[in-house]
Design a protein around this ligand. Structure first.
Ligand code: AMP
Ligand code: MG
Length: 478
């Protein structure tokens, strides 16, 4: 059972409003993330109890559900008030390692921050969030995690009438940059200070020893955000809606909407069909992360002089480059990857782009390449001659390190997944689920659990996407 240990709830009424979940009609259980349940020491809760907890018909004892207040910059435009419009915090639970986890329902009805929307989430988008957050976690990318999902017969109107679902998701904290922005914009210095102190005490306690704890806090968030985005770039993940209200203060990937993994390598890929300018294109993600951190810094500048925050913000480029080089070095099997090697990497990226090469399949097979059969990788590109010339340089460079070929290959096999959640895969699981068949959803969930291995019997997961898959339009509506 839950071991309730309120943290966020102790911040007080300026930060949230109490609200009760609104149950869905005819709820049914779809999936529970059993390893996560066990990790959180919640194995004694039955499936039936989980169904009722997620549907809001079984209240978690000793905790009053709440929706939190935040604001944000959406597509660069300031929006003074957002908040948990369809998310409700139903528990803060301490596991046996004394780590406190927030439990949040997504799609459990309206809250005081719903504005004119319905507080619901459709089955389609809930399955996408559930599978993708699991995929990201399994890839070693910091993220919120999905714990359970239920479906229902409740009608939810989007472009079409769909059915409502609720995802129960967990994270050490769901606090976003927008939580700072709302208090800064209202000149609520007391709450701003309280929020910064809360985050430092609970998540970044070392900052209390720094000369300037606010610039130390910003530095930590800058660092974690840089690490997260470097990992996104490495696996070809495009978030799609990097608004400041979707940026976690812990550097967790949060709010899965019109995200997409790259199929063919195209740095200008835009996964969100509403993003006409390409603000959130794949290649723009690091720059946007930095811009968003700038908004956070602006909020913190009400607590400490801006000059003292500037260095932390400037560190983004340094941290991002370090993490990016490490990630890409691992993909290439070069453990001592240095800035001098960026040229070699850049040449490869150009070749992959010119050849419309599949990102995941190319890298996975590069890591499978045997020492005595290096030309094998040429079969995965159409511009063989270009790649062949590059390969000569690459193989020379790959030898210039302490790792031998086999150990270098081991590094690559841990960095180049065999499977990512391509849109068409999620779509297949969704189409079946909408007909009440969750077999594909479960197969995919299992395959995504160990993304660096191929699962027998599912060769399609590791193959090129079907030709018509590129035409799948991912609606922003969710
Ligand atoms: P998103 O773009 O999904 O991150 O959402 C932006 C804001 O709109 C957040 O404050 C959400 O809580 C809110 N929101 C999105 N969809 C809904 C919905 N169906 N009902 C209520 N609020 C919503
Ligand atoms: Mg959001």
């Amino acid at each position: 059972m839950f071991n309730i240990s309120p943290q966020f709830a102790n911040l007080g009424s300026e930060f949230y409003q109490l609200v009760n979940p609104e149950p869905l009609l005819n709820p049914h259980f779809i999936h529970i993330n059993s390893p996560l349940v066990n990790q959180l020491n919640l194995g004694d809760i039955s499936e039936d109890q989980w169904l009722n907890i997620v549907n809001g018909t079984l209240a978690v004892e000793k905790y009053k559900p709440l929706a939190s207040l935040y604001a944000g910059h959406q597509f660069g435009v300031w929006v003074p008030q957002l908040g948990d419009g369809r998310a409700i915090l139903i528990a803060e639970h301490k596991d046996t390692n004394k780590q406190v986890w927030e439990f949040q329902l997504k799609g459990a009805g309206q809250t005081p921050y719903s504005r004119f929307a319905d507080g619901r989430a459709v089955l389609r988008s809930s399955i996408r969030e559930y599978l993708c957050s699991h995929a990201m976690h399994s890839l070693g990318i910091p993220t919120t995690q999905a714990l359970a999902i239920i479906g229902s017969s409740t009608h939810v109107v989007r472009e079409e009438v769909e059915t409502g679902a609720i995802v129960l998701r967990v994270a050490p904290s769901f606090i976003r940059f927008g939580h700072f922005e709302v208090f800064a914009s209202r000149s609520q210095i007391k709450e701003l200070n309280q929020l910064a102190g809360f985050i430092i005490d609970h998540y970044y306690p070392d900052c209390n020893n720094a000369a300037n704890k606010f610039s130390a806090l910003l530095d930590k968030i800058v660092n974690n955000t840089a690490k997260m985005v470097a990992k996104w770039q490495s696996v070809g993940f495009c978030h799609g809606v990097m608004n400041t209200d979707n940026m976690s203060i812990l550097g967790l990937t949060i709010d899965y909407g019109p995200f997409g993994f790259l199929d063919k390598y195209d740095p200008n890929h835009i996964c969100n069909h509403s993003d006409h300018e390409g603000r959130y294109s794949f290649a723009n993600q690091p720059k946007i992360a930095w811009w968003n951190l700038g908004r956070l810094a602006q909020s913190l500048s009400l607590l400490t002089p801006a000059e003292e925050l500037q260095q932390s913000l400037d560190n983004f480029a340094i941290y991002f480059n370090q993490y990016y080089m490490q990630e890409m070095g691992n993909k290439l099997g070069i453990s001592n990857f240095k800035s001098d090697d960026l040229e070699l990497l850049g040449e490869l990226l150009n070749i992959l782009e010119r050849g419309n090469t599949d990102w995941t399949i190319f890298w996975y097979n590069l890591s499978k390449m045997e020492q005595d059969n290096t030309s094998f990788i040429l079969d995965y590109v159409i511009n063989r001659d270009e790649l062949n010339l590059w390969l000569d340089k690459y193989l020379v460079r790959r030898k210039q390190q302490v790792l031998d070929f086999i150990d270098s290959q081991k590094l690559m096999l841990k960095a180049n997944p065999a499977i990512v959640l391509r849109n068409y895969m999620a779509q297949n699981a969704i189409i079946a689920a909408q007909k009440g068949d969750y077999t594909e959803f479960e197969c995919l969930f299992n395959a995504l659990s160990t993304p660096f291995e191929m699962h027998a019997g599912h060769s399609n997961y590791y193959a090129y996407p079907p030709e018509d898959a590129v035409h799948i339009s991912v609606s922003c509506s969710s």
